[in-house]
Design a protein around this ligand. Structure first.
Ligand SMILES: *Cc1c(COP(=O)(O)O)cnc(C)c1O
Length: 223
């Protein structure tokens, strides 16, 4: 990886269709690195820990037009904090959590955008709905009026070759199309949050609309 953060962002942008949203994943990135990304035009920042995001938000208050995306697993007891600090929640992974967020969103008078995390391949180490479980939960999700359900999110299991990875991303897009055809009143399926540094070109090929990129912008993380 070469160049400055601004140069890397410019390079990545060139490889993205204009409609694709670049989410700069800033977990463990310094405030200076985040300011560089902001200066290079990034307005979407992704964090996986609420506490880390909260600390950074307090120190970046002079950058008012950032959209904050929670990309990591959300524990139910942190749902309120998540709503206070993020406009997007990408890893919504159960009906219980959706209903809790919906209730809290009403109390806080917010309407967060969310993506439903799905596992196309069984993987005990990953969170998310299996396809049958998600399809079964759609009627109840459709009742979560305070959530803007925007689409699907997926994370690949480890160890897939590129044709397998592409197949998983394509199945995710097909699932979104299938749900869209069911014409739920409160479930949009326009967004596909998929693709990280190692696999985002495959995700784009399969129709990703949001890519979540950390390492390729900010360098390797400590752990
Ligand atoms: C860390 C993380 C990313 C970014 O990963 P990179 O490989 O650094 O691009 C994307 N999505 C989620 C859910 C993550 O936790």
């Amino acid at each position: 990886m070469t160049g400055t953060i601004a140069q890397r962002i410019a390079q990545i942008r060139q490889s993205l269709p204009p409609s694709v949203r670049l989410i700069a994943v800033t977990k463990q990135a310094s405030l200076n690195a985040m300011r560089e990304a902001y200066a290079a035009g990034v307005r979407d920042f992704g964090e996986s820990r609420i506490q880390e995001a909260q600390t950074k938000q307090a120190q970046l208050q002079d950058l008012p037009d950032i959209t904050w995306h929670l990309i990591g697993h959300l524990q139910s007891n942190k749902a309120k904090k998540a709503l206070e600090h993020f406009q997007w929640i990408h890893a919504l992974d159960s009906l219980d959590l959706a209903q809790r967020l919906n209730q809290l969103a009403s109390e806080l008078a917010v309407s967060p955008s969310v993506c439903l995390q799905v596992k196309l391949v069984p993987d005990p180490n990953k969170y998310g709905w299996t396809v049958p479980d998600l399809l079964a939960d759609l009627p109840a999700l459709n009742e979560c009026y305070n959530l803007q359900i925007q689409g699907l999110m997926t994370i690949l299991p480890l160890g897939l070759d590129s044709s397998e990875a592409l197949a998983v991303f394509e199945s995710t897009r097909e699932l979104a199309e299938k749900i869209r055809q069911q014409k739920w009143s409160n479930i949009q399926m326009q967004q596909l949050s998929m693709g990280m540094s190692a696999d985002y070109s495959l995700a784009l090929q399969a129709g990703a609309t949001m890519v979540r990129l950390g390492t390729i912008i900010f360098g390797e993380r400590a752990t």
